[in-house]
Design a protein around this ligand. Sequence first.
Ligand code: ZN
Ligand code: ZN
Length: 278
Amino acid sequence: MTFRVGAHVSTSGGAQKAIQRQEDVGGNCGQIFAGSPRTWKVAEYTDEEGKAFEEAAEGKNQGPYVIHSTYMVNLATPKDDLFKKSLNCLQSELDAAETLGVKYVVFHPGAHTGSGRENGIARIIEGLDSLDIPENVTLLLENTAGKGTTLGRSFGELREMLEGTEQDSIGVCIDSCHAHAAGYNLKDEDGFEDMLQELREDLGFENVKVLHLNDSKDPRGSEKDNHEHIGEGEIGVEGFKNLVNCEELRDLPMVLETPNSDEKGYAENIEKIREIRE
Ligand SMILES: [Zn+2]
Ligand SMILES: [Zn+2]
């Protein structure tokens, strides 16, 4: 199986522009936003734009692609207006994925902001059930760093959401930085084995569809979500060696959301992952 690794790239100038940007950094799968991530605005793509994106990706043998939802979405909220807005936004992103031929939409489940864990999870399930997921699209819940009242920091909590909903086209995206922030140990061999066991027992490998590869600027269990270049953070090279070579996860598409700073960008980080891949 071809190793699939890529980065979150910009769609500025049109969705299909993402494909060339991906090729420029050496990726063969990837992620985009359908709109701007800190607003509610979701791009409405025409069929022509969708076709252009699909053909560009096929031509460069790139895929699968993921649409990352905006950061505004909160399905766990007790507030009706925010809940409704979140659903509309997610639905538009699912529709955009269908138009572009993008296989996955990933979102952060949200924060209960005081209504309590049980209520928050029930709200997420209610939200999931009301979405119309297009036939060729799978909706993914991403594990979170666990700050404040955010839900989905543990694999077991994600499983509760998956089991609660009646949707079939649903799964999980595991982000290495978020897992580390939530207390999972990727770095030491024993710690990593414990994490795999929890993945196996509490979530099930069959539910994991995509990995986000990000190192972390902060210590394990910090609940902080600050991405770092691969191998230069608290997860380190050993942690990524464990992750990208592990038998149960190695065939999944892996997408980087590492910083573009210190004169270092995606190209170097993708190169690093390819180096440690066995
Ligand atoms: Zn992520
Ligand atoms: Zn993050």
